[in-house]
Design a binder for this molecule. Structure first.
Ligand code: ATP
Ligand code: MG
Length: 302
């Protein structure tokens, strides 16, 4: 059943962002985004709905939506498979952008396939992911500086559907550059972070985190280091070997030591970040009596 703007308008009006299942139109949480909450709503079971409450003006949401469309069409041009999608902008008291995306089956998510497929098939799947990340690198090399695309290549952003068709679905942060200039206003991403800490994040983390998605070597390292979090560290050495085969000649080979160091550092940053967001949520709801817009994950096993 197709989703309509009217429906999302009613959904937004009755939404309880902290307990979506208690909303007027109840919704089930299917995933936690850094900047979005991801729901399923009966009877629209063919779709997941990503809610981005990042905007203060309709104009910002419109621009985001234009950027989104450019980004996704360029990803496709580069050769990636993407799920069907549609954007809605709801502006009532708040401006919220909703991205409806074709719902993928749980068992098709690569994150789950890491544990359900045979080792050979998992390595094949990881090679397929590496190869698709390389497509973005090739596209960038051909099209820089007119356009340059970012990609977040972690296993949790891909699905393997039908006959080995790989889909990339983490499209809701459309980072790309035109003539070297980032098209997404980084301040929008900061809207999902605690106000009191924005200057620290701006000063120490933001640029580094944004840049890392444009650098194939770092995208590979990020993907590989994440295998720790996915409890498949047994695959790390082989994946490093396979990733190194795809790196351009002028960049150094990835080493295990580097992956381990990256993981320790990244784990520290994200745990700190999540702890600070939890504190901010507590202050917002208990001390300032305001609505906290984001849903934070529970304990993450790392
Ligand atoms: N189309 C989909 N079908 C089924 N599950 C999905 C779909 N999109 C997302 N999910 C689930 O939600 C999780 C987070 O989604 P996604 O990768 O889009 O968010 P994210 O990584 O936090 O990105 P962002 O911070 O940009 O919102 C996924 O790992 C997956 O488990
Ligand atoms: Mg993701």
């Amino acid at each position: 059943m197709p989703i309509t703007e009217d429906f999302l308008q009613s959904f937004e009006q009755g939404l309880n962002p902290q307990f979506p299942e208690r909303s007027k139109i109840p919704a089930k949480i299917v995933g936690f985004g850094e900047i979005s909450s991801i729901f399923k709503i009966n009877p629209y079971n063919d779709w997941v709905i990503k809610r981005l409450p990042l905007f203060t003006k309709k104009k910002e949401a419109n621009l985001y939506s234009i950027n989104y469309n450019t980004y996704t069409s360029k990803l496709k041009q580069a050769g990636l498979g993407l799920p069907k999608d549609k954007i809605f902008i709801i502006s009532d008291k708040k401006v919220v952008l909703y991205l409806a995306q074709e719902a993928l089956k749980k068992e098709d998510l690569c994150q789950n396939k890491l544990h359900s497929l045979s080792n050979d098939k998992v390595i094949e799947m990881l090679n397929n992911i590496l190869f698709n990340i390389k497509k973005i690198e090739d596209f960038n090399r051909k099209n820089k500086p007119e356009i340059e695309l970012s990609i977040d290549g972690q296993v949790s952003n891909w699905a393997l559907v039908n006959n080995n068709e790989l889909l990339y679905f983490d499209t809701s942060t459309p980072l790309f550059k035109i003539n070297g200039k980032e098209q997404l206003d980084p301040e929008l991403l900061l809207n999902s972070t605690p106000k009191a800490l924005r200057w620290i994040i701006r000063k120490f983390f933001l640029q580094e985190v944004m840049d890392r998605y444009y650098d194939i070597r770092l995208v590979f390292i990020d993907l590989i280091a994440n295998l720790y979090k996915e409890k498949r560290q047994d695959l790390i050495d082989e994946t490093i070997k396979n990733a190194n085969k795809l790196l351009p000649e002028n960049v150094g080979m990835i080493t295990r030591k580097e992956v381990d160091k990256y993981y320790a550092n990244d784990k520290f940053i994200w745990q700190l970040f999540l702890a600070l967001r939890r504190m901010d949520r507590w202050l917002t709801t208990n001390i300032f009596n305001k609505q906290y817009e984001f849903i934070l994950p529970g304990k993450i096993k790392r």
